[in-house]
Design a protein around this ligand. Structure first.
Ligand code: C5P
Length: 211
């Protein structure tokens, strides 16, 4: 039986005990992919950042995380069980160099934050995967979507990337383009995330079976 390991939702990077950097990811695309994977008879391990998504199914194990470091740890721990890895999470790209122990007091002065890059989870997965494991990533850009997505596919050494326009965030719909390692491109018409998820899982299973 095929096991799908998926990351979904945003991650949070804390500045002080109450404030954090994050993004508007709703986790909806991830939820739809999980549903379709379960319909296809897959086992699912979902590493979920903070979002309002509930999945109750005996074949889906949910690992709740908050920060990118926690998401990374959970992915590393579960990678050995995965046949397919799907990185849908909108992982925070930067984290504060230091987390203030106490809440930062408000003043009239400009507040400078020093940020460093977070770990690239899917990059790690693609570099440490076995030959049989299939890795699918996502790209969301406000310009040059296809070129950036191709760069990500090649740079991160993914098997397939789903390129989405920015309007996708929080929406029920998207108009994605699938780009494959062998250079093939599949442009989808505007569709619900539920229908797009069906296509993604079909492609994921095909890629896994063919490798
Ligand atoms: O952030 P970026 O646009 O490079 O994200 C592209 C893909 O990489 C997405 O699938 C996302 O889930 C994954 N990613 C990740 N860890 C990061 C950044 C992105 O797994 N730190």
């Amino acid at each position: 039986m095929t096991t799908v390991l998926i990351t979904l939702g945003p991650t949070r990077e804390y500045i002080d005990p109450v404030r954090f950097i994050s993004n508007a990811s709703s986790g909806k695309m991830g939820r739809e992919i999980i549903k379709q994977a379960l319909k296809k008879g897959c086992n699912v391990i979902a590493v979920k950042g903070p979002c309002n998504i509930e999945i109750k199914n005996k074949k889906c194990k949910i690992v709740d995380v908050v920060t990118t470091a926690q998401m990374f740890k959970a992915v590393k721990a579960n990678l050995k069980y995965a046949d397919v890895f799907i990185g849908v999470a909108a992982v925070a790209d930067y984290t504060p160099v230091t987390i203030q122990k106490n809440k930062i007091k408000k003043t009239d002065k400009i507040l400078n934050l020093k940020l460093k890059k977070t770990v690239d989870i899917i990059n790690y997965v693609a570099k440490h995967k076995t030959e049989k494991q299939t890795v699918i990533g996502f790209a969301l850009e406000s310009k040059n979507l296809l070129n950036y997505a191709k760069d990500k596919l090649n740079g991160k050494k993914l098997d397939m990337i789903v390129a989405n326009p920015t309007e996708t965030i929080g929406s029920k719909f998207s108009k994605p383009v699938f780009i494959f390692k062998n250079g093939d491109i599949k442009k989808l018409n505007s569709a619900t995330k539920n229908n797009i998820a069906k296509e993604i899982i079909n492609e994921a299973i095909k890629l896994y079976r063919n490798c």
